[in-house]
Design a protein around this ligand. Structure first.
Ligand SMILES: Nc1ncnc2c1ncn2[C@@H]1O[C@H](COP(=O)(O)OP(=O)(O)OP(=O)(O)O)[C@@H](O)[C@H]1O
Ligand SMILES: [Mg+2]
Length: 492
Protein backbone atom coordinates (compact mmCIF):
# COMPACT_ATOMS: atom_id res chain seq x y z
CA UNK A 1 0.00 0.00 0.00
CA UNK A 2 2.80 2.33 0.99
CA UNK A 3 4.21 1.84 -2.46
CA UNK A 4 1.38 3.88 -4.02
CA UNK A 5 1.99 7.59 -4.04
CA UNK A 6 -1.57 8.62 -3.12
CA UNK A 7 -1.56 6.32 -0.08
CA UNK A 8 1.67 7.89 1.04
CA UNK A 9 0.16 11.37 0.72
CA UNK A 10 -3.01 10.30 2.60
CA UNK A 11 -0.87 8.79 5.35
CA UNK A 12 1.15 11.96 5.69
CA UNK A 13 -2.00 14.15 5.66
CA UNK A 14 -3.43 12.06 8.49
CA UNK A 15 -0.16 12.35 10.36
CA UNK A 16 -0.16 16.09 9.81
CA UNK A 17 -3.69 16.30 11.25
CA UNK A 18 -2.70 14.28 14.28
CA UNK A 19 0.36 16.48 14.87
CA UNK A 20 -1.68 19.69 14.56
CA UNK A 21 -4.24 18.29 17.03
CA UNK A 22 -1.40 17.35 19.34
CA UNK A 23 0.00 20.85 19.08
CA UNK A 24 -3.39 22.37 19.85
CA UNK A 25 -4.00 20.09 22.82
CA UNK A 26 -0.56 20.66 24.33
CA UNK A 27 -0.95 24.43 23.86
CA UNK A 28 -4.39 24.33 25.46
CA UNK A 29 -3.13 22.28 28.37
CA UNK A 30 -0.23 24.66 28.88
CA UNK A 31 -2.55 27.68 28.82
CA UNK A 32 -4.97 26.05 31.25
CA UNK A 33 -2.14 25.20 33.59
CA UNK A 34 -0.81 28.72 33.34
CA UNK A 35 -4.25 30.17 34.03
CA UNK A 36 -4.72 27.99 37.08
CA UNK A 37 -1.28 28.81 38.41
CA UNK A 38 -1.72 32.54 37.84
CA UNK A 39 -5.12 32.55 39.55
CA UNK A 40 -3.63 30.67 42.44
CA UNK A 41 -0.81 33.23 42.67
CA UNK A 42 -3.32 36.09 42.40
CA UNK A 43 -5.35 34.55 45.23
CA UNK A 44 -2.24 34.28 47.37
CA UNK A 45 -1.41 37.92 46.61
CA UNK A 46 -4.98 38.92 47.61
CA UNK A 47 -4.70 37.02 50.90
CA UNK A 48 -1.35 38.69 51.50
CA UNK A 49 -2.93 42.10 50.96
CA UNK A 50 -5.86 41.24 53.30
CA UNK A 51 -3.47 40.06 56.01
CA UNK A 52 -1.37 43.25 55.67
CA UNK A 53 -4.53 45.37 56.07
CA UNK A 54 -5.58 43.32 59.09
CA UNK A 55 -2.17 43.95 60.65
CA UNK A 56 -2.90 47.69 60.70
CA UNK A 57 -5.82 47.17 63.09
CA UNK A 58 -9.53 46.20 63.18
CA UNK A 59 -11.54 47.52 60.23
CA UNK A 60 -14.56 49.75 60.36
CA UNK A 61 -16.30 52.27 58.10
CA UNK A 62 -17.25 55.74 58.82
CA UNK A 63 -19.20 57.18 55.96
CA UNK A 64 -16.89 57.17 52.97
CA UNK A 65 -13.77 56.21 54.88
CA UNK A 66 -12.38 52.85 55.92
CA UNK A 67 -10.32 52.80 59.03
CA UNK A 68 -7.89 50.20 60.07
CA UNK A 69 -7.60 50.90 63.73
CA UNK A 70 -7.28 54.69 63.60
CA UNK A 71 -5.65 54.77 60.12
CA UNK A 72 -7.64 55.98 57.11
CA UNK A 73 -6.86 53.37 54.51
CA UNK A 74 -7.23 55.86 51.65
CA UNK A 75 -4.09 57.55 53.03
CA UNK A 76 -2.14 54.34 52.76
CA UNK A 77 -1.38 54.18 49.00
CA UNK A 78 1.89 52.58 50.03
CA UNK A 79 -0.02 49.47 51.06
CA UNK A 80 -0.98 48.37 47.46
CA UNK A 81 2.53 49.39 46.35
CA UNK A 82 4.08 47.11 48.94
CA UNK A 83 1.80 44.23 47.91
CA UNK A 84 2.82 44.73 44.29
CA UNK A 85 6.49 44.85 45.26
CA UNK A 86 6.25 41.71 47.36
CA UNK A 87 3.98 39.58 45.19
CA UNK A 88 4.30 41.00 41.68
CA UNK A 89 0.49 41.50 41.61
CA UNK A 90 -1.23 44.86 41.50
CA UNK A 91 -3.59 45.55 44.36
CA UNK A 92 -6.79 47.62 44.87
CA UNK A 93 -8.68 48.25 48.10
CA UNK A 94 -12.39 49.05 47.64
CA UNK A 95 -14.76 50.80 50.00
CA UNK A 96 -17.94 49.14 48.88
CA UNK A 97 -17.22 49.01 45.12
CA UNK A 98 -15.18 52.26 44.98
CA UNK A 99 -11.38 52.20 44.66
CA UNK A 100 -9.76 54.02 47.60
CA UNK A 101 -6.20 52.76 47.27
CA UNK A 102 -4.70 51.08 44.20
CA UNK A 103 -1.67 50.45 42.04
CA UNK A 104 -3.89 50.58 38.93
CA UNK A 105 -3.67 53.70 36.75
CA UNK A 106 -6.31 55.38 34.59
CA UNK A 107 -6.39 54.27 30.98
CA UNK A 108 -3.77 56.23 28.97
CA UNK A 109 -2.37 58.08 32.04
CA UNK A 110 -0.12 57.61 35.04
CA UNK A 111 -2.78 58.81 37.48
CA UNK A 112 -3.96 56.16 39.90
CA UNK A 113 -7.52 55.07 39.20
CA UNK A 114 -8.87 56.20 42.56
CA UNK A 115 -12.60 56.80 42.99
CA UNK A 116 -13.53 54.60 40.02
CA UNK A 117 -15.87 51.69 40.54
CA UNK A 118 -15.77 47.96 40.06
CA UNK A 119 -18.19 46.63 37.49
CA UNK A 120 -21.64 45.57 38.44
CA UNK A 121 -21.14 41.86 38.13
CA UNK A 122 -18.17 41.85 40.51
CA UNK A 123 -19.94 44.17 42.92
CA UNK A 124 -22.96 41.87 42.92
CA UNK A 125 -20.98 38.67 43.30
CA UNK A 126 -18.26 39.70 45.74
CA UNK A 127 -19.50 42.69 47.72
CA UNK A 128 -23.17 41.80 47.91
CA UNK A 129 -23.01 37.97 47.89
CA UNK A 130 -19.63 37.58 49.68
CA UNK A 131 -18.16 35.25 47.03
CA UNK A 132 -14.58 35.27 45.82
CA UNK A 133 -14.24 36.09 42.11
CA UNK A 134 -11.27 34.81 40.33
CA UNK A 135 -10.76 34.78 36.57
CA UNK A 136 -9.35 36.44 33.47
CA UNK A 137 -11.26 39.57 32.50
CA UNK A 138 -10.79 42.32 29.99
CA UNK A 139 -10.30 45.84 31.19
CA UNK A 140 -9.00 48.83 29.27
CA UNK A 141 -8.29 46.68 26.22
CA UNK A 142 -6.13 44.11 28.06
CA UNK A 143 -6.70 40.69 29.68
CA UNK A 144 -6.10 40.55 33.39
CA UNK A 145 -5.76 37.70 35.87
CA UNK A 146 -7.74 39.00 38.77
CA UNK A 147 -9.08 37.84 42.13
CA UNK A 148 -11.60 39.84 44.13
CA UNK A 149 -12.28 38.86 47.68
CA UNK A 150 -14.65 40.61 50.15
CA UNK A 151 -13.21 42.78 52.94
CA UNK A 152 -14.93 42.34 56.31
CA UNK A 153 -15.12 44.88 59.13
CA UNK A 154 -14.47 43.97 62.77
CA UNK A 155 -18.20 43.56 63.18
CA UNK A 156 -18.22 40.87 60.49
CA UNK A 157 -20.02 43.00 57.91
CA UNK A 158 -18.70 43.41 54.38
CA UNK A 159 -17.22 46.87 54.06
CA UNK A 160 -15.39 46.57 50.75
CA UNK A 161 -13.23 44.35 48.52
CA UNK A 162 -9.57 43.66 47.89
CA UNK A 163 -8.48 42.90 44.33
CA UNK A 164 -5.13 41.46 43.25
CA UNK A 165 -4.38 41.46 39.53
CA UNK A 166 -1.75 41.15 36.89
CA UNK A 167 -1.71 41.32 33.12
CA UNK A 168 -2.43 37.88 31.57
CA UNK A 169 0.15 38.51 28.84
CA UNK A 170 2.97 38.44 31.43
CA UNK A 171 2.07 34.82 32.20
CA UNK A 172 2.06 33.64 28.64
CA UNK A 173 5.04 35.58 27.32
CA UNK A 174 7.44 32.67 27.67
CA UNK A 175 4.85 30.32 26.18
CA UNK A 176 5.60 31.84 22.74
CA UNK A 177 9.07 30.37 22.83
CA UNK A 178 7.62 27.08 24.05
CA UNK A 179 5.09 27.09 21.21
CA UNK A 180 7.82 27.79 18.71
CA UNK A 181 9.85 24.91 20.12
CA UNK A 182 6.85 22.60 20.14
CA UNK A 183 5.98 23.53 16.54
CA UNK A 184 9.63 22.94 15.53
CA UNK A 185 9.76 19.54 17.26
CA UNK A 186 6.44 18.43 15.77
CA UNK A 187 7.45 19.82 12.36
CA UNK A 188 10.74 17.96 12.55
CA UNK A 189 8.86 14.82 13.58
CA UNK A 190 6.54 15.24 10.63
CA UNK A 191 9.36 15.79 8.16
CA UNK A 192 11.31 12.83 9.53
CA UNK A 193 8.29 10.55 9.30
CA UNK A 194 7.48 11.88 5.81
CA UNK A 195 11.04 11.19 4.75
CA UNK A 196 10.90 7.75 6.32
CA UNK A 197 7.59 6.97 4.61
CA UNK A 198 8.98 7.94 1.22
CA UNK A 199 12.23 6.13 1.82
CA UNK A 200 10.47 2.97 3.01
CA UNK A 201 8.14 3.31 0.02
CA UNK A 202 11.07 3.56 -2.35
CA UNK A 203 12.88 0.67 -0.65
CA UNK A 204 9.78 -1.49 -0.91
CA UNK A 205 9.42 -0.44 -4.57
CA UNK A 206 13.04 -1.39 -5.20
CA UNK A 207 12.55 -4.70 -3.41
CA UNK A 208 9.42 -5.38 -5.42
CA UNK A 209 11.30 -4.57 -8.63
CA UNK A 210 14.11 -6.83 -7.52
CA UNK A 211 11.60 -9.53 -6.70
CA UNK A 212 10.04 -9.22 -10.16
CA UNK A 213 13.48 -9.32 -11.76
CA UNK A 214 14.40 -12.36 -9.68
CA UNK A 215 11.23 -14.09 -10.77
CA UNK A 216 12.01 -13.30 -14.41
CA UNK A 217 15.57 -14.51 -13.96
CA UNK A 218 14.35 -17.67 -12.27
CA UNK A 219 11.99 -18.27 -15.16
CA UNK A 220 14.88 -17.74 -17.59
CA UNK A 221 17.13 -20.06 -15.57
CA UNK A 222 14.46 -22.72 -15.58
CA UNK A 223 14.18 -22.31 -19.36
CA UNK A 224 17.95 -22.55 -19.76
CA UNK A 225 18.20 -25.55 -17.47
CA UNK A 226 15.42 -27.28 -19.43
CA UNK A 227 17.28 -26.45 -22.62
CA UNK A 228 20.50 -27.80 -21.13
CA UNK A 229 18.72 -30.91 -20.00
CA UNK A 230 17.39 -31.33 -23.52
CA UNK A 231 20.87 -30.74 -24.97
CA UNK A 232 22.37 -33.22 -22.50
CA UNK A 233 19.87 -35.81 -23.66
CA UNK A 234 20.72 -35.04 -27.28
CA UNK A 235 24.43 -35.29 -26.45
CA UNK A 236 23.83 -38.62 -24.74
CA UNK A 237 22.12 -39.89 -27.85
CA UNK A 238 24.90 -38.49 -30.03
CA UNK A 239 27.50 -40.13 -27.78
CA UNK A 240 25.69 -43.45 -27.95
CA UNK A 241 25.52 -43.11 -31.75
CA UNK A 242 29.22 -42.22 -31.85
CA UNK A 243 30.14 -45.21 -29.67
CA UNK A 244 28.07 -47.45 -31.92
CA UNK A 245 29.69 -45.94 -35.02
CA UNK A 246 33.14 -46.36 -33.46
CA UNK A 247 32.45 -49.99 -32.58
CA UNK A 248 31.15 -50.51 -36.10
CA UNK A 249 34.26 -48.85 -37.56
CA UNK A 250 36.52 -50.91 -35.31
CA UNK A 251 34.76 -54.07 -36.40
CA UNK A 252 35.08 -53.02 -40.04
CA UNK A 253 38.74 -52.12 -39.60
CA UNK A 254 39.46 -55.43 -37.91
CA UNK A 255 37.65 -57.27 -40.69
CA UNK A 256 39.70 -55.29 -43.21
CA UNK A 257 42.92 -56.13 -41.39
CA UNK A 258 42.07 -59.81 -41.22
CA UNK A 259 41.19 -59.75 -44.91
CA UNK A 260 44.46 -57.98 -45.76
CA UNK A 261 46.49 -60.36 -43.63
CA UNK A 262 44.95 -63.33 -45.40
CA UNK A 263 45.31 -61.71 -48.81
CA UNK A 264 48.96 -60.77 -48.18
CA UNK A 265 49.70 -64.30 -47.17
CA UNK A 266 47.96 -65.64 -50.29
CA UNK A 267 49.97 -63.21 -52.45
CA UNK A 268 53.33 -63.92 -50.87
CA UNK A 269 53.27 -67.63 -51.62
CA UNK A 270 52.99 -67.28 -55.45
CA UNK A 271 55.40 -64.29 -55.37
CA UNK A 272 58.04 -66.34 -53.61
CA UNK A 273 57.53 -68.96 -56.28
CA UNK A 274 58.00 -66.31 -59.02
CA UNK A 275 61.20 -65.04 -57.39
CA UNK A 276 62.50 -68.59 -56.90
CA UNK A 277 61.77 -69.64 -60.46
CA UNK A 278 63.15 -66.46 -62.00
CA UNK A 279 66.43 -67.05 -60.08
CA UNK A 280 66.53 -70.66 -61.28
CA UNK A 281 65.93 -69.51 -64.85
CA UNK A 282 68.64 -66.87 -64.43
CA UNK A 283 71.11 -69.64 -63.71
CA UNK A 284 69.82 -71.77 -66.55
CA UNK A 285 69.58 -69.17 -69.33
CA UNK A 286 72.87 -67.84 -70.68
CA UNK A 287 71.16 -65.32 -73.01
CA UNK A 288 71.99 -61.87 -71.73
CA UNK A 289 68.77 -60.23 -72.98
CA UNK A 290 66.65 -62.82 -71.20
CA UNK A 291 68.88 -62.39 -68.13
CA UNK A 292 68.14 -58.67 -68.05
CA UNK A 293 64.41 -59.37 -68.26
CA UNK A 294 64.60 -62.02 -65.57
CA UNK A 295 66.63 -59.60 -63.44
CA UNK A 296 63.85 -56.99 -63.80
CA UNK A 297 61.21 -59.62 -62.96
CA UNK A 298 63.23 -60.56 -59.84
CA UNK A 299 63.67 -56.91 -58.73
CA UNK A 300 60.01 -56.09 -59.30
CA UNK A 301 58.90 -59.24 -57.50
CA UNK A 302 61.18 -58.56 -54.52
CA UNK A 303 59.85 -55.00 -54.30
CA UNK A 304 56.31 -56.36 -54.46
CA UNK A 305 57.18 -58.88 -51.78
CA UNK A 306 58.51 -56.12 -49.50
CA UNK A 307 55.39 -54.05 -49.98
CA UNK A 308 53.22 -57.06 -49.28
CA UNK A 309 55.31 -57.90 -46.19
CA UNK A 310 54.89 -54.36 -44.89
CA UNK A 311 51.14 -54.46 -45.48
CA UNK A 312 51.02 -57.82 -43.78
CA UNK A 313 52.91 -56.41 -40.79
CA UNK A 314 50.56 -53.45 -40.45
CA UNK A 315 47.54 -55.68 -40.86
CA UNK A 316 48.83 -57.98 -38.17
CA UNK A 317 49.40 -55.09 -35.81
CA UNK A 318 45.96 -53.60 -36.48
CA UNK A 319 44.24 -56.95 -36.18
CA UNK A 320 45.95 -57.41 -32.81
CA UNK A 321 47.65 -60.58 -34.01
CA UNK A 322 51.17 -59.51 -33.20
CA UNK A 323 52.95 -61.53 -30.54
CA UNK A 324 56.11 -60.88 -28.61
CA UNK A 325 58.80 -63.45 -28.42
CA UNK A 326 60.95 -62.33 -25.53
CA UNK A 327 64.34 -63.76 -24.98
CA UNK A 328 67.77 -62.65 -24.03
CA UNK A 329 70.14 -62.02 -26.91
CA UNK A 330 73.60 -60.51 -27.30
CA UNK A 331 73.03 -56.95 -28.44
CA UNK A 332 76.50 -55.98 -29.73
CA UNK A 333 76.62 -58.85 -32.18
CA UNK A 334 73.11 -58.04 -33.42
CA UNK A 335 74.14 -54.46 -34.09
CA UNK A 336 77.26 -55.56 -35.89
CA UNK A 337 75.26 -57.91 -38.11
CA UNK A 338 72.91 -55.06 -38.94
CA UNK A 339 75.81 -52.81 -39.83
CA UNK A 340 77.20 -55.49 -42.11
CA UNK A 341 73.84 -55.75 -43.86
CA UNK A 342 73.44 -52.03 -44.39
CA UNK A 343 77.05 -51.14 -45.18
CA UNK A 344 76.81 -52.08 -48.91
CA UNK A 345 73.98 -49.55 -49.21
CA UNK A 346 75.88 -46.74 -47.48
CA UNK A 347 79.13 -47.48 -49.26
CA UNK A 348 77.33 -47.36 -52.60
CA UNK A 349 76.34 -43.77 -51.76
CA UNK A 350 79.77 -42.74 -50.53
CA UNK A 351 78.60 -42.70 -46.92
CA UNK A 352 80.42 -44.14 -43.91
CA UNK A 353 78.58 -46.16 -41.28
CA UNK A 354 79.82 -46.07 -37.65
CA UNK A 355 78.83 -48.19 -34.68
CA UNK A 356 78.99 -46.80 -31.12
CA UNK A 357 78.06 -49.39 -28.54
CA UNK A 358 78.21 -48.60 -24.83
CA UNK A 359 80.62 -51.18 -23.29
CA UNK A 360 78.12 -51.71 -20.43
CA UNK A 361 75.67 -53.21 -22.86
CA UNK A 362 76.05 -56.90 -23.25
CA UNK A 363 72.79 -58.69 -23.61
CA UNK A 364 69.28 -57.40 -24.01
CA UNK A 365 65.98 -58.92 -23.15
CA UNK A 366 63.43 -58.38 -25.91
CA UNK A 367 61.97 -59.55 -29.20
CA UNK A 368 65.10 -59.85 -31.32
CA UNK A 369 63.27 -60.07 -34.65
CA UNK A 370 61.28 -56.93 -34.01
CA UNK A 371 64.28 -54.99 -32.69
CA UNK A 372 66.14 -56.01 -35.84
CA UNK A 373 63.22 -54.98 -38.05
CA UNK A 374 62.98 -51.56 -36.43
CA UNK A 375 66.69 -50.81 -36.59
CA UNK A 376 66.89 -52.10 -40.14
CA UNK A 377 64.10 -49.73 -41.18
CA UNK A 378 65.84 -46.79 -39.53
CA UNK A 379 69.24 -47.69 -40.92
CA UNK A 380 67.99 -48.27 -44.45
CA UNK A 381 66.23 -44.88 -44.33
CA UNK A 382 69.43 -43.23 -43.10
CA UNK A 383 71.43 -44.97 -45.83
CA UNK A 384 68.81 -44.14 -48.48
CA UNK A 385 68.58 -40.43 -47.66
CA UNK A 386 72.31 -39.74 -47.10
CA UNK A 387 74.91 -39.20 -49.80
CA UNK A 388 78.64 -38.74 -49.12
CA UNK A 389 77.99 -38.36 -45.43
CA UNK A 390 77.87 -40.31 -42.18
CA UNK A 391 75.48 -42.68 -40.53
CA UNK A 392 76.02 -43.53 -36.86
CA UNK A 393 74.22 -46.29 -35.05
CA UNK A 394 74.64 -46.02 -31.27
CA UNK A 395 73.24 -47.86 -28.28
CA UNK A 396 73.48 -47.12 -24.56
CA UNK A 397 71.66 -47.84 -21.37
CA UNK A 398 69.47 -45.29 -19.57
CA UNK A 399 68.26 -46.74 -16.26
CA UNK A 400 65.97 -49.62 -17.26
CA UNK A 401 65.83 -48.68 -20.95
CA UNK A 402 68.08 -49.31 -23.91
CA UNK A 403 68.38 -46.24 -26.10
CA UNK A 404 69.27 -46.62 -29.78
CA UNK A 405 70.10 -43.68 -32.01
CA UNK A 406 70.38 -43.65 -35.78
CA UNK A 407 72.05 -40.42 -36.74
CA UNK A 408 72.68 -39.36 -40.33
CA UNK A 409 74.00 -36.30 -42.11
CA UNK A 410 71.58 -36.70 -45.03
CA UNK A 411 68.91 -34.56 -46.66
CA UNK A 412 66.95 -33.95 -43.44
CA UNK A 413 63.28 -32.93 -43.29
CA UNK A 414 61.15 -29.80 -43.10
CA UNK A 415 59.04 -29.34 -39.93
CA UNK A 416 55.92 -30.22 -41.98
CA UNK A 417 57.50 -33.46 -43.19
CA UNK A 418 58.55 -34.24 -39.62
CA UNK A 419 54.95 -33.87 -38.45
CA UNK A 420 53.73 -36.49 -40.90
CA UNK A 421 56.72 -38.80 -40.86
CA UNK A 422 55.00 -41.64 -38.94
CA UNK A 423 51.76 -41.52 -40.95
CA UNK A 424 51.24 -44.49 -43.31
CA UNK A 425 51.99 -44.04 -47.04
CA UNK A 426 53.52 -40.62 -46.35
CA UNK A 427 56.78 -39.61 -47.95
CA UNK A 428 58.73 -36.36 -47.97
CA UNK A 429 57.32 -35.06 -51.27
CA UNK A 430 56.16 -36.33 -54.63
CA UNK A 431 59.72 -36.74 -55.89
CA UNK A 432 60.77 -39.00 -52.98
CA UNK A 433 59.17 -42.11 -54.46
CA UNK A 434 60.73 -41.36 -57.80
CA UNK A 435 64.21 -40.73 -56.46
CA UNK A 436 64.42 -43.10 -53.50
CA UNK A 437 61.62 -45.62 -54.01
CA UNK A 438 59.69 -47.08 -51.08
CA UNK A 439 56.04 -46.96 -50.04
CA UNK A 440 56.07 -44.80 -46.93
CA UNK A 441 55.14 -47.68 -44.62
CA UNK A 442 58.54 -48.30 -42.98
CA UNK A 443 58.27 -45.74 -40.18
CA UNK A 444 54.58 -46.50 -39.52
CA UNK A 445 55.48 -50.13 -38.86
CA UNK A 446 58.57 -49.09 -36.91
CA UNK A 447 56.61 -46.91 -34.50
CA UNK A 448 53.82 -49.45 -34.05
CA UNK A 449 56.41 -52.12 -33.23
CA UNK A 450 58.26 -49.85 -30.81
CA UNK A 451 55.03 -48.99 -29.00
CA UNK A 452 53.97 -52.61 -29.03
CA UNK A 453 57.17 -53.41 -27.14
CA UNK A 454 56.41 -50.68 -24.56
CA UNK A 455 58.95 -48.29 -26.08
CA UNK A 456 58.94 -44.94 -27.82
CA UNK A 457 60.45 -43.49 -30.94
CA UNK A 458 61.28 -39.82 -31.50
CA UNK A 459 62.80 -37.90 -34.35
CA UNK A 460 64.71 -34.63 -34.76
CA UNK A 461 65.72 -33.34 -38.13
CA UNK A 462 67.03 -30.26 -39.90
CA UNK A 463 66.56 -29.84 -43.61
CA UNK A 464 69.86 -30.26 -45.43
CA UNK A 465 71.75 -31.15 -42.24
CA UNK A 466 70.54 -34.55 -41.15
CA UNK A 467 68.22 -36.58 -38.99
CA UNK A 468 68.33 -38.41 -35.63
CA UNK A 469 65.87 -41.15 -34.74
CA UNK A 470 65.88 -42.21 -31.10
CA UNK A 471 64.39 -45.54 -30.11
CA UNK A 472 63.89 -46.29 -26.43
CA UNK A 473 63.01 -49.82 -25.36
CA UNK A 474 62.41 -51.02 -21.82
CA UNK A 475 63.19 -54.31 -20.08
CA UNK A 476 66.93 -54.45 -20.19
CA UNK A 477 68.47 -57.39 -18.49
CA UNK A 478 72.05 -56.51 -17.63
CA UNK A 479 72.86 -59.99 -16.53
CA UNK A 480 71.25 -61.51 -19.59
CA UNK A 481 68.20 -62.93 -17.88
CA UNK A 482 64.65 -62.21 -19.07
CA UNK A 483 61.74 -61.62 -16.67
CA UNK A 484 60.06 -64.85 -15.60
CA UNK A 485 56.69 -63.80 -17.18
CA UNK A 486 58.00 -62.34 -20.40
CA UNK A 487 55.14 -61.82 -22.82
CA UNK A 488 52.61 -60.07 -20.59
CA UNK A 489 52.51 -56.33 -19.54
CA UNK A 490 53.97 -53.78 -20.11
CA UNK A 491 53.67 -54.88 -23.74
CA UNK A 492 49.87 -54.85 -23.83
N1 LIG B 1 66.70 -40.49 -42.32
C1 LIG B 1 65.85 -39.76 -43.03
N2 LIG B 1 66.27 -38.65 -43.65
C2 LIG B 1 65.41 -37.90 -44.39
N3 LIG B 1 64.12 -38.23 -44.59
C3 LIG B 1 63.64 -39.34 -43.99
C4 LIG B 1 64.49 -40.17 -43.20
N4 LIG B 1 63.75 -41.23 -42.78
C5 LIG B 1 62.49 -41.05 -43.27
N5 LIG B 1 62.43 -39.92 -44.01
C6 LIG B 1 61.23 -39.36 -44.66
O1 LIG B 1 60.10 -40.03 -44.17
C7 LIG B 1 59.35 -40.66 -45.19
C8 LIG B 1 58.72 -41.90 -44.66
O2 LIG B 1 59.68 -42.87 -44.35
P1 LIG B 1 59.29 -44.38 -44.40
O3 LIG B 1 60.43 -45.19 -43.95
O4 LIG B 1 58.02 -44.53 -43.66
O5 LIG B 1 58.95 -44.57 -45.92
P2 LIG B 1 59.96 -44.82 -47.16
O6 LIG B 1 61.32 -45.01 -46.64
O7 LIG B 1 59.73 -43.68 -48.09
O8 LIG B 1 59.36 -46.10 -47.78
P3 LIG B 1 59.50 -47.59 -47.19
O9 LIG B 1 60.21 -47.49 -45.92
O10 LIG B 1 58.09 -48.04 -47.04
O11 LIG B 1 60.25 -48.31 -48.24
C9 LIG B 1 60.40 -40.88 -46.26
O12 LIG B 1 59.80 -41.01 -47.55
C10 LIG B 1 61.25 -39.63 -46.15
O13 LIG B 1 60.64 -38.57 -46.85
MG1 LIG C 1 61.85 -46.53 -45.12
Amino acid sequence: MITQFRYRIALLAALFGVLVAMFWMIDRAMLDARAELSLHAADTAGLFATSQIALLGPLRTDGSTIYAGSIDLSTRQDLPDMVERETGFGCTIFLGNTRIATTATEAGSTERALGTQANQLVTQLVFRDGEVFSGVTETIGKDWVIVYRPLYGADGKRIGMVASFREWASFVEDLRTFRGLLAAVLGFLFLSIALLVFRIGRTIEALEDQHTQNQQQNARLIEVSELLHHRAEELDHAREDAVEARDEAERASQAKSVFLANMSHELRTPLNAIIGYSELLLDDLPDSEAQDDLGRIGTASRHLLRVISDILDISKIEAGKLELELRSFPLPSLLETLATQVRPLTTARGTTLHLQIDPEIDRMCGDETKVTQILLNLLSNAAKFTEDGEVILSAHRDEEDVVFRVHDTGIGMTPEELDRVFEPFTQGDASTTRRYGGTGLGLTITRRLAEFMGGTIDVRSTLGEGTVFELRLPQVSKKGRCPSQPSTPPYH
